[in-house]
Design a protein around this ligand. Structure first.
Ligand SMILES: [Fe+2]
Length: 148
């Protein structure tokens, strides 16, 4: 059970990091398709951040405490920080790669939830994998449209 709890903490941190990155990109993106990029990134961060409360509450359901604070989150996450405002396609590439890392994190949590027959959590994680697969499709489609 400890493994599952630990993996859920990593997932919470990854979700915070990915949602924050999408929102920072929503603010900082530039280019001649700015309105579409800005709106796409806005929808992306809202969808991702919408999962945070459930992730924290599932950690409590497992009788553990949810991690708090930006330092603890940055210790736990598998994602790298990007503090320089890059161009739009670099942003979408970063989000595509990070979203894949989050899918891996959720897949591992899902395997552990199944092992410990945490059915409700397993069901939630399946839904989140589906949501991130949809983000993967959209990010991949944006990147493919701009390949030289
Ligand atoms: Fe906004």
């Amino acid at each position: 059970m400890e493994e599952l709890i630990q993996q859920m903490k990593v997932y919470l941190a990854d979700n915070v990091a990915l949602g924050m990155k999408a929102q920072q990109y929503h603010w900082n993106v530039e280019g001649n398709s700015f309105p579409q990029y800005h709106d796409f990134l806005g929808n992306l961060y809202v969808e991702i951040n919408g999962a945070i409360d459930n992730i924290g509450e599932f950690i409590r359901t497992l009788d553990a405490y949810a991690p708090l604070g930006p330092r603890r989150i940055s210790e736990l996450t598998t994602l790298d920080e990007t503090d320089v405002a890059p161009d739009a396609m670099v942003m979408f590439r970063n989000l595509y790669n990070d979203n894949n890392k989050v899918i891996n994190t959720i897949m591992e949590a899902f395997r552990l939830a199944e092992r410990y027959t945490e059915i409700g959590l397993s069901n939630f994680l399946q839904d989140r994998i589906a949501a991130h697969k949809k983000h993967q499709w959209m990010l991949r489609s944006i990147l493919r449209g701009t390949e030289q």
